[in-house]
Each structure stands twice: as structure tokens, then as C-alpha cells.
Design a protein around this ligand. Sequence first.
Ligand code: PLP
Length: 244
Amino acid sequence: MTTDTIIEAAERLATLRDSIDRAARLTQRTADAINLIAVSKTHDADAIRPLLHAGQRRFGENRVQEAQDKWPALREEFSAVELHLVGQLQSNKAADAVALFDVIHSLDRPSLLTALARAMDSADKRVPCFIQVNIGAEEQKGGCAIAELPALIVAARAADIPVLGLMCVPPADIEAAPFFALLAKIAREEGLERLSMGMSGDYETAIMLGATDVRVGTALFGQRPSPARPVPASGRGMLRNSRA
Ligand SMILES: *Cc1c(COP(=O)(O)O)cnc(C)c1O
């Protein structure tokens, strides 16, 4: 790793923090109020290290196995890494996820809740979770239906799983803002404080609508070799559009 790659990573991080701060200020907050999760899925340790050197400590992965392959070694090199699971979780991987991750963003169904509660009990570790909501009611998508959310929150609390807030991935290729606004409204109604929403194409919009945790991959690491989900060619965010 050259000094140049570290400087380049630091610059990308600074640019991103600037636009996060600008969006936050428009809603009377600052960048300090926003947790930036650098989504490093598909990128190997060599691609991740420059960002760690540049000071980033909060990272997101979407597959348990891939995270197990990469992060134990990186955690030996760098202290205070905070690892977030942002992808779908199968119940049979619950114990592995509880062992590895600091925050889980994809709690979305009773069977997974049961598996996570059991895994947390036997590990004697509580991993804070976001409940993922299928905000666009898309058939193939993860996340609990809006109508099922209140019961899932009650069940999580009964199982002593800390619920931080709500998470969503809005439908691709249409304006994300109404979905972010809807998630924020539901979180308010449920008395939940944090909102995990916003990706490279729309994090500014998400922040303006109340996001506390943004999950940004492409804007920090560049395009993924084969995107795990299609990345919009241009941003869908309101700010981004207005600048174009
Ligand atoms: C990949 C991924 C992201 C990051 O997406 P980018 O468009 O690369 O910023 C965020 N959230 C989830 C759930 C993801 O799978």
C-alpha cells in the first residue's frame, strides 16, 4: 500500500463527510449526528486497509462468510473496528453473526428473532439490531411488512434484543424520498430513534429525511466488480438531481 492510496482514501472520505455534513446542516444537524458505515462487501483487505489508515472504523458487510474471511485479521491490525451486518441473514448463521458483528441491520422476521435471541443468550452478548422494513412492499425483498412491525418490535423487546431503530432499502429506480419519509414516520410512531437508510446514490436525501446511519459503498470504494445489487447510473437524491 502506497502513501498515495492512503491519501486518496482520506480524500474520498473527506469529500463524503463534507456532503454528509452539508445535508445534515440543512436539517439543523451536523455530520457528528450521522454514523457513516463504509460498506466493504466484495472488496478485499487490500482495498479496505487504506480507509482504515484514513481513520474510518465503522464498516458494513452483507455476507457472514465473507466477513469472517476478512475481518478477524483486519481487527488484529486495527483497533476499535465496528462491524455492521447490512445484508439478509439466514437463521442458521445467527450464531456466527452474533459472534462477529457489533450491529445487525436485517432483523426482519420472527424465526430470525428466535435464532438471534438464542445465539445472544448462549454467547452472553447482546447485539443491537435495526429492524429491516420492506418499505416498498416488494415481493422478493427482505424486510418485514409494515403491518407486522409492531408485533416484531414487541417480540424483540421480550427477547431482550436491543432495537436501535428501523432500516430500509427502497425500491430501485424510483425516487427514494417518499420511502425514507415513510420509514421515518413509522419510526416516530414506534418511538424508535435511529434510521438506517441511504446508500451512495441517495444518502443526502436520506439524511435530510432523518437518517442517522448511512450505508455507503460505491462512493468510497468505487464500483464493485459485480454489483450485489444494481447501482443507479446517477443519484436519485434530490440534492444530486438539483445539482445536475
Ligand atoms: C451494498 C449495500 C449498500 C451500499 O450500496 P452503495 O450503492 O454501493 O453505496 C448499502 N446497503 C445495503 C443493504 C447494501 O447491500
